[in-house]
Write a protein that binds this ligand. Structure first.
Ligand code: SF4
Length: 535
């Protein structure tokens, strides 16, 4: 890799470092006391007295110098089984340490370093016309690479929450409240899961101050993988925590349904053959009836004269057999026979064996028709019980999943390049790998840079806040050095890993605190190993 100097007239990092005043904007308030520093890392522009922190507790005035209080998080690849965090500088060898101190020396000349600078704690340079705080060179498989690292300040951002449960949490579009304030809504249910959309610009900035604060707090808690209790209007009280089971009205959920009632009939029909005359799988979406279902017909199961309440969709598949609720199969029923009409006496027969089960197998009952064709509860035969148990075995653990969705198509791009549209285009052309705290980010098609990341793949405490209000989240853009140059990158600010390690962000006064986040082997793609960039 070659040394680069700035060609845009701005001083490079070596020139800036001892002369911070060059890059730090003059205070907006000219009357500011001399013992204060103005933080220009977000639009609040706090004037911070010596020894005090700014409104977000992320920056402080230490001896007249603006410092970022949280450590910069570095990823270290494949060292331990399970992600752990270490704080402080002592765990990181200095660049001048013996070569053995590093798995591979983290210099721009060393090939495929095991370290990656994330945007967590990286700081920002607001407004973004200045280069990003870290523009880090490395060599990967013989290719000169660069990673542009910053903390993004996102007003346009939300959390998409997937809750693996059939239980009724609230009607679609119902408001979701945190500490009394509306912070989101129930959105379309997905297969086996209820979905919430939380946060978003309208709750952050479009309502009252309290609504904005509560939205911010809820998003930060969930993003940082902590527990959050929400109330859904005319629905449930739910405790959410990414990677954990949801707790619905005080009851931890354990099973995600095997499929809808129709799918369950399709999966298990053959196993019920000869053991049952009729099976009803109760489901809030589609309740399945074995003898009428195509799966039953294929097995030559004869009609039974059963009659189901609800709206018939196609043979053996019924909608709306009951209301949504926390009973059998996400309905409000606790008595399964309540969804049956009287049996057809021309078809049904005394002694007919009927299994009723939910889509998770948590609820099940066995009946035999008496001489009046009324179902009588009986002991379930062991062979039938085994199939019901198999439904449970096929259920996956119920989890809460949280994806952070944010728009990075604005001024943040100016920290990367002089010509922001080129960054957007390069991302769409798969020349740039975008990560958030090192976690893979899915970039939406269409305009802008709208991206989405699983918060459980990001290091702990990746999210912060500023009182504008907005969420602070890490973002990294990795690409070939030659592509970076082509898209108008800030080449004069490109530094090796060792230099970044020693000095921190280019506009910092001293070596920053660092935190190492170990990523388990193969836990997720290493940010610098994305084939499109290296291919
Ligand atoms: S609130 Fe904004 S201006 Fe104030 S310290 Fe935090 S980042 Fe700086």
């Amino acid at each position: 890799m070659t040394e680069h100097t700035r060609g845009d007239g701005l001083p490079g990092p070596e020139e800036c470092r001892p002369h911070l005043g060059i890059e730090r904007a003059a205070p907006r308030h000219e009357q500011m006391a001399t013992n204060k520093v103005e933080c220009n890392a977000c639009p609040v522009l706090c004037q911070i007295s010596e020894g005090r922190a700014g409104a977000c507790d992320r920056y402080a005035n230490q001896g007249g110098v603006l410092v970022r209080l949280d450590p910069v998080v570095w990823l270290r690849r494949g060292q331990v089984a399970g992600a752990t965090a270490e704080t402080g500088q002592s765990h990181l060898p200095r660049p001048d340490a013996s070569p053995q101190a590093w798995t591979r020396r983290p210099t721009s000349q060393a090939d495929d370093p095991d370290y990656f600078v994330t945007g967590i704690g990286a700081s920002t340079t607001y407004p973004d016309y200045k280069p990003a705080p870290f523009i880090v060179a490395s060599k990967v498989r013989g290719v000169d690479m660069v990673t542009v690292v910053t903390e993004g300040i996102f007003s346009y951002c939300s959390l998409k929450v997937k809750i693996d449960t059939d239980r009724f949490l609230g009607g679609e579009q119902s408001a979701v409240r945190y500490r009394g304030e509306v912070v989101g809504h129930v959105t379309t249910a997905e297969y086996g899961s209820q979905m919430l959309s939380l946060g978003g610009v309208h709750h952050l900035t479009g309502g009252s101050k309290k609504e904005g604060r509560m939205t911010l707090e809820a998003m930060q808690l969930l993003g940082n993988q902590q527990a959050l209790e929400v109330d859904i209007d005319n629905g449930a009280k739910v405790v959410l925590q990414a990677g954990h089971a949801p707790v619905v009205n005080g009851v931890p959920e354990s099973r995600m349904r095997v499929g809808c009632g129709s799918a369950a009939i399709g999966i298990f029909a053959q196993q019920w053959l000869g053991l049952c005359d009729e099976v009803v799988v109760v489901d809030d979406h589609i309740t399945g009836v074995l003898s009428e279902h195509q799966a039953g017909r294929c097995l030559n199961i004869p009609p039974t004269g059963i009659s189901i309440r609800g709206r018939k969709s196609t043979p053996g598949r019924y909608f709306q057999v009951a209301n949504p609720g926390n009973g059998w199969g996400g309905t409000d029923i606790s008595e399964p026979l309540s969804i049956l009409e009287p049996w057809d006496p021309q078809v049904a027969w005394p002694g007919l064996r009927l299994l009723m089960t939910s889509t998770t197998g948590e609820h099940s009952a066995w009946y035999v028709l008496d001489e009046h064709l009324r179902p009588q509860a009986s002991d379930m035969p062991q062979a039938v019980r085994q199939v019901v148990d198999r439904i449970g075995e096929n259920c996956e653990p119920s989890l809460v999943s949280v994806l952070f969705l944010a728009g990075a198509g604005g001024s943040l791009r100016a920290g990367v390049t002089d010509n922001p549209i080129r960054l957007t285009q390069a991302i769409k052309q798969a020349l740039v790998n975008v990560t958030m705290g090192g976690a893979p980010a899915y970039v939406w098609p269409g305009g802008g840079i709208t991206l989405m990341s699983d918060v459980t793949r990001m290091p702990g405490n990746s999210f912060g806040t500023v009182p504008t209000p907005a969420i602070v989240a890490p973002i990294e853009f990795s690409m070939k050095l030659s592509d970076y140059q082509a898209l108008g990158g800030h080449m004069g600010f490109v530094r090796g890993l060792d230099d970044s390690l020693s000095h921190g962000a280019w506009h910092n006064d001293g070596a920053p605190q660092k935190r190492i986040w170990h990523t388990p082997p193969d836990a997720q793609p290493w940010p610098l190993h994305q084939p499109p960039m290296l291919g």
